[in-house]
Design a protein around this ligand. Structure first.
Ligand SMILES: O=C[C@H](O)[C@H](O)[C@H](O)COP(=O)(O)O
Length: 229
């Protein structure tokens, strides 16, 4: 299987994984990106098994609506039974880097609300230590230079993702050169910088389950009991 086929395989597996957890009142959290897009397309096959979705981006909301899946404002929803999304990197503890598609802040919010976070990824996303993929940091535009200087002090090499404005009106700095041995501490340290909206480390709220496509198969991996290391 090539990378695209692996993305499709994990997306299909995610629908099979969540279907028994759903009833006609359930709201499904839906992520952003090429793997999440496949998930949305397969999710449409089980329309009627759940009530609707909340989306982590305008793009995903549009794709859901195009399939006739109702999309709710997160503020109007009491409970998100499960959140399914891709990642740019995952380590063996299911700490993630996300935000390659600039959707990290809304992804983090939906993940925070969801009872269970199911990550879907092809094997190219698997790393022993996070940081080979540049870490996306969403910033208030007027704070970009200040945040960049602080990120240099943390050992990174931030690069402005020129021309990209997020769904929240933020800008993105992609931080190169980080070898993230303590993801939860790094996530917290970056959040302390004034002007940061969110960063793409999901370590204080890692995935609960990873459906990983590699060697032609989909493996189901669970996060360790004690997250955040
Ligand atoms: O902002 C985008 C998201 O974090 C995506 O989930 C991530 O970039 C992975 O995207 P893809 O499935 O296209 O590799």
């Amino acid at each position: 299987m090539n990378q695209d086929q692996l993305k499709q395989a994990v997306a299909r597996a995610a629908v099979d994984y969540i279907k028994p957890k759903l009833d006609t009142r359930s709201i499904v959290g839906v992520g952003t990106g090429s793997t999440a897009n496949y998930f949305i397309d397969y999710l449409a096959d089980i329309k009627g098994h759940f009530d609707g979705a909340v989306a982590s981006s305008e793009a995903s909301a549009e794709r859901l609506k195009a399939h006739g899946i109702p999309v709710y404002d997160l503020n109007a929803v009491d409970e998100v039974v499960v959140y399914v999304d891709g990642a740019d990197e995952t380590d063996p503890r299911l700490n993630l880097i996300k935000g390659g598609g600039a959707a990290l802040t809304r992804e983090k919010i939906v993940a925070a609300v969801a009872q269970e976070f199911v990550c879907i990824a092809d094997g190219s996303k698997w790393v022993e230590t996070l940081g080979q993929f540049p870490l996306p940091v969403e910033v208030i535009p007027m704070a970009r230079a200040h945040v960049a200087r602080q990120l240099v002090k943390l050992g990174g090499d931030p690069v402005h993702r020129a021309g990209v404005i997020t769904d929240n009106g933020g800008e993105i700095l992609d931080v190169h050169g980080l070898h993230i041995t303590e993801p939860a501490a790094m996530e917290a340290a970056i959040n302390q910088i004034v002007g940061v909206i969110a960063n793409g480390l999901f370590a204080n709220r890692p995935a609960d389950v990873l459906l990983l496509g590699r060697d032609g198969e989909v493996e189901t991996l669970h996060a360790p009991v004690e997250p955040g290391i």
